[in-house]
Design a protein around this ligand. Structure first.
Ligand SMILES: Cc1cc2nc3c(=O)[nH]c(=O)nc-3n(C[C@H](O)[C@H](O)[C@H](O)COP(=O)(O)OP(=O)(O)OC[C@H]3O[C@@H](n4cnc5c(N)ncnc54)[C@H](O)[C@@H]3O)c2cc1C
Length: 158
């Protein structure tokens, strides 16, 4: 149960859950825990097309690549799907620019960023920074989104 993703120690979980009326004497067969993703070490294995570097034609998609979340997994799956279809037709793979959210995630997965490789949600911080300096966050993020949408229109995903 999503609601039982918790850092609470077992004893503390028992204490808190027994406060729920009817559960005072309950026997708990399983305790809550924070879920852990299973993912490959993509920076070593994948390029930003989601294709295996050492085995062309093999693609990985979604959470397994080191992205996290519904939207991220769907976006990453779309990228892998587009490129798998292109591979089937012996066509050049698409790389989304790091200025777009889908590209920023793909580049993160393929390079690993700095430090230990961990699953990543999309954030504005992951997207390539603007060349100009804009102080107001809302304005800056709107500009990043605008730039991304303009770039996306130039990419041939057919
Ligand atoms: C408790 C919990 C709460 C979450 N809450 C949120 C949330 O609120 N918002 C959010 O954005 N994300 C949330 N997530 C993360 C989100 O669920 C995942 O990031 C996303 O579903 C991953 O999508 P996916 O398609 O890559 O993988 P999955 O959804 O895991 O799909 C993989 C599929 O492959 C199947 N499969 C596995 N092995 C095989 C095999 N050998 N052969 C055939 N099929 C196989 C599995 O059965 C599964 O259907 C949550 C995750 C958990 C565990």
């Amino acid at each position: 149960m999503v609601g039982f993703q918790t850092h609470l120690l077992r004893g503390e979980q028992e204490r808190v859950f027994r406060m729920i009326p009817g559960l005072e004497q309950a026997e708990f067969s399983r305790y809550g825990m924070i879920h852990r993703n299973t993912y490959i070490h993509s920076p070593k294995i994948l390029s930003a097309t989601m294709e295996a570097k050492e085995r062309p034609g093999l693609f990985f998609a979604g959470q397994l690549t080191g992205v996290e979340g519904y939207v991220e997994s769907a976006a990453n799956g779309l990228l892998a799907g587009i490129n798998a279809a292109r591979a089937g037709e012996n066509r050049e793979r698409v790389v989304f620019p790091a200025e777009t959210a889908i590209g920023a995630l793909a580049h993160y997965v393929a390079t690993g960023g700095s430090g230990k490789f961990e699953p990543m949600n999309i954030t504005f911080g992951l997207i390539a920074p603007l060349t100009e300096r804009i102080r107001k966050k809302k304005e800056k993020n709107a500009k990043i989104a605008e730039r991304s949408l303009t770039l996306l229109k130039t990419i041939d995903v057919g």
